[in-house]
Design a protein around this ligand. Sequence first.
Ligand SMILES: C[S@@+](CC[C@H](N)C(=O)[O-])C[C@H]1O[C@@H](n2cnc3c(N)ncnc32)[C@H](O)[C@@H]1O
Length: 220
Amino acid sequence: MDTKELDCPQAYKNGYIYFKDLMILVNADVLIPRIETEQLVDLVIDFANKNNAENILEVGTGSGCISIALAKSTNAQIVATDISPKALNVAQTNTLLHKVQDKIAFIESDLLNTVHFYPEIIVANLPYIPRARIDSLDRSVKDFEPKLALDGGPDGFELYRKLLKQIKDKNIQPSLIAVEIDTEHSDIALAEAITNFPEYTHDITKDKYGYERFLVIKKN
Ligand SMILES: C[S@@+](CC[C@H](N)C(=O)[O-])C[C@H]1O[C@@H](n2cnc3c(N)ncnc32)[C@H](O)[C@@H]1O
């Protein structure tokens, strides 16, 4: 057997993976949803339902797993974006599979460049691996998952740095911004959050493995 085939993640071989008990179709155009990301979704579901949120923006939807799980468990309308048209195709197929096409609209966009509305909640799991670290990742990741879904720029925080600044510059003022981060980015993430949203509360929360994984910014 070709050794490359041995490294191919089972989810790509199967063509699907389960995310919060939902079957999510995946192919080489999208990141395989990770279990840690389920916690990001749980946090947003909890906030959205307690605050009767009517709309949510997801930036960098990939397979659509986050938006579909949110559509299933909240009353909000969702806008999901990605810079990759191929990823958006996969997300759209998953949306049809789960019959939530009436709750999710898709926009091809580089971060918020073509987003022109004011969501109450913004959620993202954008690429956050420092570029120089990609070569040292496991072959099952670096040889199979899309670089566009991994590469977080020189220090890994580049996309979030831009996103937070765009949210501020567009004066969106969401009630909640919740993003998944690299475990080594908590200091830089908090500093950027405080710089852009000084009047909000800022928290880093841990994933179930004990790693600092989520930046949570809430309007007071
Ligand atoms: C780490 S993957 C996460 C996918 C999915 N949200 C998940 O949690 O499994 C990041 C996604 O962000 C997208 N992306 C990368 N750069 C982007 C940008 N500048 N604007 C919007 N999306 C981007 C990638 O195409 C990829 O689908």
